[in-house]
Ligand binder design. Structure first.
Ligand SMILES: NC(=O)c1ccc[n+]([C@@H]2O[C@H](COP(=O)([O-])OP(=O)(O)OC[C@H]3O[C@@H](n4cnc5c(N)ncnc54)[C@H](OP(=O)(O)O)[C@@H]3O)[C@@H](O)[C@H]2O)c1
Length: 295
């Protein structure tokens, strides 16, 4: 059952983090979310991720018309509100080419995911002294992305494509609008190191709050390099199932950690929205802070 048209009701805070600096949220947002704490703006860069998963760990149904996060959350208004909130505090949103392909008409801003609270998100960014919209970063080894998509051509966001030298060559053959920048940071290997992605993003401007919205391949690479400081995870109350041999992904793909090298998190915040759970974990061993912060 989806609640595409459901009214936005308030989250119930079950357990709340005490870490970080309290953000003064606009009243409507504060009523819906509760208290929000984020790392101090004077601290090192902070890399956080936000995903929604089913009870059985599926993050994409991987079917042509049903590959979006909305199909996982049941188009939950509360989940979209939280996505908007996290985008509203972020300086940068990073996605992989697969995530862009699954939602190609989207731009990664707060109001695009939850327009009902667009004014509140705008006020929040102003209060936090952030640019109007977060920088949208797309990671693609191949450079096979369409520069005519809204993220690159609408002028609604500044976009940065991080790619390989081969990918850059391919992209330079197409006309790009002024709002998109293309940079080669990988060599000719398809996989770009998330460390290099963060270094590039932190070099360009004083980006402190870096939101990785995935997908699972990109996120897997960030976890592999221990670059995720925090994971926001919505658990949607559906069991999606998997056919034998089907490739419905889970949170991390392309990297295996357990049993030898599992990433263990600490649960820091729990909220409930009906039967959806909104969890927040910290990964204290992350190497994101010290190295990205040293720039
Ligand atoms: N449930 C959720 O919260 C959630 C969140 C995000 C995404 N999703 C879903 O996940 C699915 C997409 O999964 P995905 O694993 O394909 O997503 P993805 O990680 O966004 O995309 C994979 C592609 O991104 C590029 N890429 C990723 N990491 C790279 C790296 N380190 N270096 C160079 N290129 C890199 C590559 O593009 P090239 O092939 O161009 O080189 C790769 O093929 C979609 O259905 C999407 O809706 C769900």
């Amino acid at each position: 059952m989806t609640d595409k048209k459901a009214r936005l009701t308030s989250l119930q805070t079950l357990f709340e983090t005490r870490r970080g600096t309290a953000v003064s949220l606009p009243p409507r947002l504060a009523r819906r979310y509760g208290n929000l704490r984020i790392p101090s703006k004077h601290g090192p860069p902070h890399v956080f991720s936000n995903f929604v998963t089913t009870l059985d760990g599926v993050v994409s149904l991987s079917s042509p018309k049903h590959a979006s996060g909305g199909d996982i959350s049941g188009f939950s208004a509360q989940d979209r509100m939280v996505m908007g909130l996290l985008r509203a505090v972020a300086d940068v949103v990073i996605i992989g080419a697969g995530t862009l392909g699954a939602d190609s008409r989207h731009v990664w801003t707060a109001d695009a995911i939850f327009p009902e609270l667009a004014d509140e998100y705008r006020r929040l960014r102003k209060y936090l002294e952030k640019a109007e919209t977060p920088l949208n970063v797309v990671v693609s080894g191949s450079g096979a992305v369409d520069l005519r998509l809204p993220i690159f051509a609408s002028g609604k966001v500044n976009a940065l494509i991080l790619t390989t030298t081969a990918g850059e060559r391919r992209l330079r053959r197409e006309a790009a609008s002024d709002s998109v920048e293309i940079r080669a940071i990988g060599t000719n290997r398809r996989a770009i190191s998330p460390r290099a992605i963060l270094d590039e993003v932190c070099r360009l401007r004083s980006n402190r709050l870096i939101l990785v919205e995935g997908g699972p391949r990109l996120l897997g690479d960030f976890y592999a390099e221990r670059l995720i400081d925090e994971q926001f995870l919505t658990i949607a109350p559906q069991v999606a199932g998997r056919d034998d041999g089907d490739r419905r992904p889970s949170l991390v793909m392309g990297n295996a950690f357990a049993p030898g090298d599992a990433r263990w998190g600490t649960l820091t915040d729990v909220r409930r929205g009906g039967s959806h759970l909104f969890l927040r974990y910290s990964f204290p061993g992350s190497r994101g802070r010290s190295q990205a912060g040293s720039r």
